[in-house]
Design a protein around this ligand. Structure first.
Ligand SMILES: C[S@@+](CC[C@H](N)C(=O)[O-])C[C@H]1O[C@@H](n2cnc3c(N)ncnc32)[C@H](O)[C@@H]1O
Length: 310
């Protein structure tokens, strides 16, 4: 590969290639290991191709149970990182003031949906810290094994929250608030635009999506951090890769812009001028225009962390 091609290519995360779902039934479709390895190798990702070539397969079809066990372990490691980065507290800073406003407006129950919840760390944190009867905490994921794991953990912790194996955008009862953590960089180009359009279409009060903030330091930081804190080769690779794939604020704003202007869309904690280690995460927040003033006021001093709305 020519140098420019190598620098400009879109990297793959292994976890995105080793699972495939039927869009209607969400049943798993067989994935050929040789295909995953070839995709990674052809993209110049030799480290990732080596990891994929070692995954258990039967007659070249990846063993779905072994893949699920691996994703479970990888998500358990992601949970540890979320704990260290205080992801629950960070989300509540943005969500909490909105919950207060919705309460005052008499919304009951307030349905909060975590899109791509994985093992449900964020939902479990929120349900444990805010076990209020008027909030329905719901985590949704396409991966059944992760959802089963999330349910089990919530049961062991005695938490009032729910988990569904589903597409978060085709739930029979739509969300009042959509949120996610560490998910949006998995959506690229038109996929990212659809991700936001599908949510606006459901007419929630707000959506808020937290992810790594890209910077000159984040790939090195992510590499060292995942090397030090993760055992799974897949997690080490994908964690590093996530930092490279993380969307800039401009890309997020452009993809989430609301052509109907029902939502004010802006960034939270996006400050590329700061020394980047102080702002590891940022968020894209969309909020119904009629709630915007009240929400900004309710944020108090944290309103300083908001970017300009579009
Ligand atoms: C990086 S993982 C989960 C990260 C998780 N939020 C955490 O913090 O551990 C991204 C997840 O998003 C899920 N996902 C992607 N699109 C989805 C959708 N439309 N509905 C539900 N889950 C989705 C995938 O199945 C995958 O498990």
């Amino acid at each position: 590969m020519a140098l420019m091609e190598i620098l400009m290519r879109e990297l793959w995360e292994i976890s995105d290639l080793v699972v495939d779902y039927d869009a209607e039934s969400l049943e798993r479709r067989p994935v050929r290991r040789s295909q995953v390895v070839a995709t990674l190798r052809d993209n110049g990702q030799r480290w990732a191709a080596r990891i994929a070539s070692r995954l258990p397969a039967d007659d070249d079809v990846l063993d779905p149970d072994a893949v699920d066990r691996l994703l479970f372990r990888a998500h358990a490691e992601i949970q540890r990182l979320s704990e260290e980065f205080c992801q629950g507290e960070r989300i509540w800073k943005v969500l909490g003031p909105l919950v207060e406003i919705l309460r005052r407006q008499g919304v009951n129950p307030i349905r909060v949906v975590d899109v791509g919840c994985g093992l449900g760390y964020v939902v479990r944190w929120l349900a444990r810290s805010h076990p209020d009867d008027d909030i329905q905490w719901l985590g949704v994921d396409l991966n059944k094994a992760l959802v089963t794991g999330a349910r089990r953990l919530a049961g062991e912790e005695g938490l009032q929250c729910q988990f569904r194996h589903a597409n978060a955008f085709t739930l029979e009862q739509s969300a009042h608030v959509f949120l996610s953590s560490g998910v949006i960089h998995h959506f690229r180009g038109d996929g990212l635009r659809s991700f936001f359009a599908e949510q606006r279409y459901q007419e929630p009060f707000a959506f808020m999506h937290f992810d790594i903030q890209p910077s000159w330091a984040s790939p090195v930081g992510a590499f060292l951090f995942h090397r030090a804190r993760c055992q799974e080769a897949l997690c080490r690779h994908d964690g590093y890769c996530s930092a490279i794939r993380a969307h800039t604020g401009d890309v997020l704003l452009d993809a989430a812009r609301d052509p109907e202007e029902k939502f004010n869309v802006r960034l939270f904690d996006n400050n590329e001028r700061l020394i980047p280690v102080f702002r590891v995460m940022h968020a894209l927040v969309g909020i119904r225009r009629e709630l915007d003033d009240a929400w900004c006021t309710a944020l108090g001093s944290n309103a300083r962390r908001l970017g300009k709305p579009i």
